[in-house]
Design a binder for this molecule. Sequence first.
Ligand SMILES: [Zn+2]
Ligand SMILES: [Zn+2]
Length: 309
Amino acid sequence: MKHRILGAAACYLMAFATPWAAQAEPLNVVATFSIIGDFAAEVGGDRIDLKVLVGPDSDSHVYEPRPADAIALARADVVLTNGLEFEGFMERLIAASGTDAAIATLTDGIDTMEEPGGGHYHYIDGKAIFHAGAHDPHAWQSVANAKVYVTNIATAFCTADAEGCPDYEANAARYNAELDALDAEIRASVAALPEDRRTVVVAHNAFRYFERDYGVQFLSPQGVSTESEAAAADVAGLIREIRDRKAGAIFAENISDTRLLERIAAESGLEIAGTLYSDALSAPDGPAATYIAMMRHNSGAITTALSAK
Ligand SMILES: [Zn+2]
Ligand SMILES: [Zn+2]
C-alpha cells in the first residue's frame, strides 16, 4: 500500500519490504486508542492492518509512547485520532516518527461541547490532575457523534485506498445502522426512569455528551485531591450536591483511581454501583470489549442502579 518516500524511522523497515508487491497489501492504519480502534476495525474489515496505540483499560491522558509506536506511525498510511486535545502525546509522536501518513481527526464535523471551566480533572494515584482544553474531548459518549467518527474513518480510508472504497462505505453504512438502533435503545431505557431518578456520580467528567443526548445527569469531583487538607471542603460541596439532586448511584471507572470515590461513597451513604467505561474499552473478555457493548453496559448499569430503589 505504501509507495511514497517515507520518514527516517521507516527507511530501515522499507529496506526489508517488497516495494512492488503484486498482491494488494492491506492499508496500514494506526488508531490512537481502543474505542476508535473498534470503529476502524468495523469500517476497515480485513482490508486494513490495524494497530491501536493505547489499549483496553488504559488511559490515553497519561500514555507514554514507545519506540514501536513511532515505527508503526512511520509505516502507516492512515492515522486516526480523536482530536480536541485528547491525545496529548500525539504531536510529539507524529514529529518523532517522521510519518507522512494522512492524519484524520475524527471529531471533525461533530457538534462539540465547550469545557465550562477550560478543562476537567482526572484522578491518578490519589491526585487531581487538570486536563486543560477548550472543548470536551469525550465526544464518543454520544452515539450520534460516533456515527460522525465512522463516516470520517470511511472518508479517510477511501482517500488512501480508492479500490477499497465501496467496501468501506458499505461497512460504515451497516455499522451506522447498528449505532442508530443503539441510540434508540439507550433513549428508551433512560425514558423508563422516573424523572427525579436521573443523577449519578462519576470520578471524572467524561459523560457530558451522554448527559446532553440522553438526559442522565453526572456529578463529579472538581479538583479534589484525596491527600490534600483543602479537599475536605470540596468533598463537602459535592456531598451537598449529591443530596440536593438526589443522586442515585456512584460509579467507578475503568481508567480512574477509586480512592476518592470510596470516600465520597462513605460520606454520602451511596454505594459504588459498578464500573463505567469512559475513555477505553475493556479487555476482550470484559463487558465492554466493543463500542456497542460499552455503551450498552454503561447505560444498562446506570438505569439498573437508578431504578433499584
Ligand atoms: Zn481528560
Ligand atoms: Zn477523559
